[in-house]
Design a protein around this ligand. Structure first.
Ligand code: SAH
Ligand code: SF4
Ligand code: F3S
Length: 471
């Protein structure tokens, strides 16, 4: 477990957090056997990072971890609200725990994160899922030990007040093994795209101080991490809320200077905030990976306006041109929403044409999902669900062909790959990523995990590359 000092959270809150951590730790020590916790995470990298901090607190409280809910004394789901199917999965999984709780009354069940920040969801759990002991939203994550203490005493605890400005900080973090470390640099979002729930469940943008971010980067580097991923819903606006803060481009440069850090990535960039300064810093620094996730959402100006994305198709294409001119090797990816309210088949054709024009390496595509409380939820629709699904399938077909073609261009090239571990499907095959973030699988031994190796690409598939190590 890793500990770091974070000044930006109010010290009295951290002290209170520590008091409850110590109390539960002392109680668990008396048991003579570590209780087991099962933590499952839904949603984006930001949520994964929050879970690493929640797990850090659990570890400090004397818990061990298990791989399934069946063996657990504590089950915690960290949830995502971005689309309805993510929410339905969570409800299904909570429902399935009812019998387990009947068999094992001491089991503590918690649900936290983005979904739980919404009052109507917390209310539904309160009424219909009485076996759930604790519910807490993103604004209350730092209170986890206090909430857990009350739940362990047999109380049902619901904590999802909006508390703008609080940052989820803790001195504990249980990360995935090296070589990759996720480092949040800011929380929240100010953009209010009309389809999106994130600003409502994550609050306004709050940047962490550069000092604390750099301390955390130094800490992970000392623990053997070679690559960091800087996280935020819109990293380009990093620092705008801080007095005398660094810009995102300046922060990137500083992170690259930390001894032992060989690669730096970031997620996600909003096209409206991509500065020339950022493009120059990326192009001029070998440690900054040449990978850019630049969500376009759709190719029609009419729909972009309704989405409140603050850029036009032309402006977006100009950014792509500038980025490619300075970094021809850049690996570009994007997010697309199909079937936004009012989207016609003609608008959809504009989306297909922007995919063909940009030729992304990778596209994450979603069918629009109505989110309660967002402006788009009140907008009239014109396509049927069937038409939306048909467009969605067509789009994937077009993009798969492009992705395959983009990958084919790597055939015979030698790429620098940071080895992350063994492939999930074959224990004799190593898996890692190129500088541009492409997944490469190749034969090799465990001594290479965490190393950067030269791999010659021998096979190109739609989603990954295969290769062999070049001596
Ligand atoms: N902050 C990031 C995106 C976070 S959500 C950004 O702005 O790029 C990740 C993706 O989910 C979005 O880019 C969008 O494509 C998709 N998404 C968000 N809300 C959605 C909704 N209501 N229905 C379908 N997809 C949605
Ligand atoms: Fe959602 Fe838009 Fe903010 Fe991204 S920028 S999190 S899509 S509101
Ligand atoms: Fe989902 Fe919350 Fe991330 S809604 S996409 S987990 S910020």
């Amino acid at each position: 477990m890793e500990c770091f000092c974070l000044k930006e959270v109010r010290p009295e809150l951290l002290e209170k957090q520590q008091e409850y951590i110590d109390k539960i730790c002392a109680e668990n020590r008396i048991l003579g056997k570590k209780p087991l916790a099962f933590v499952e995470t839904y949603g984006c990298a930001q949520n994964e990072s929050d879970s690493e901090r929640l797990k850090g607190m659990l570890e400090a409280m004397g818990y061990d971890f298990c791989g399934t809910s069946v063996d657990a004394d504590l089950v915690l789901y960290n949830t995502c609200a971005v689309r309805e199917n993510a929410e339905l999965r969570v409800f299904g999984n909570i429902g399935a725990l009812k019998h387990q709780k009947n068999r094992k009354p001491g089991l503590v069940i918690g649900v936290c994160g983005c979904m739980m920040q919404q009052a109507h969801i917390a209310e539904e759990i309160h009424k219909k899922y009485k076996h759930v002991d604790m519910v807490f939203g993103t604004h209350s994550l730092y209170m986890f030990p206090e909430i857990l203490d009350k739940a362990r005493l047999g109380n049902r605890v619901f904590e999802n007040e909006d508390s703008e400005g609080e940052i989820f900080e803790t001195e504990s973090c249980h990360r995935d093994a090296p070589p990759l470390a996720k480092i949040p640099i800011m929380y929240g979002c100010n953009n209010f795209c009309t389809y999106c729930i994130v600003p409502y469940v994550r609050g306004r943008e709050r940047s962490r101080s550069a000092e604390n971010i750099l301390n955390e980067v130094k800490r992970v580097s000392e623990s053997g991490y070679k690559e960091v991923m800087l996280l935020g819903q819109n990293v380009n606006s990093y620092g705008k809320d801080l007095e005398d803060g660094l810009t995102f481009a300046e922060l990137l440069d500083e992170v690259c200077k930390v001894d032992g850090i060989e690669r730096v990535r970031f997620m996600t960039s909003h096209p409206k905030d991509i500065s020339d300064e950022l493009i120059e810093v990326m192009a001029g620094n070998d440690k900054i990976c040449k990978q850019l996730h630049l969500p376009v959402q759709c190719g029609s100006d009419r729909i972009l306006k309704k989405m409140n994305r603050s850029y036009t198709r032309e402006k977006y294409l100009q950014i792509v041109k500038k980025v490619r001119e300075r970094m021809p090797e850049i690996v570009l990816s994007t997010d697309i929403i199909v079937g936004f309210p009012g989207e016609t088949n003609e608008d959809f054709e504009d989306t297909l044409s922007i995919l063909k024009e940009v030729e992304y390496d990778l596209v994450f595509s979603f069918i629009y999902s109505k989110r309660k409380g967002t402006p788009a939820a009140e907008m009239p629709d014109c396509l049927t669900e069937e038409e939306k699904h048909r467009n969605f399938d067509r789009m994937q077909e077009v993009q798969n062909e492009i992705s395959k073609r983009r990958n084919d261009a790597y055939f015979g090239k030698v790429e620098k790959v940071l080895v992350e571990g063994f492939s999930k499907t074959n224990a004799e095959v190593l898996s890692g990523r190129t500088d541009g973030g492409k997944v490469v699988n190749f034969p090799g031994g465990s001594e290479l995990v965490g190393e950067i190796v030269d791999v010659k690409i021998t096979e190109c598939k739609t989603w990954s590359l295969t290769g062999e190590i070049v001596k």
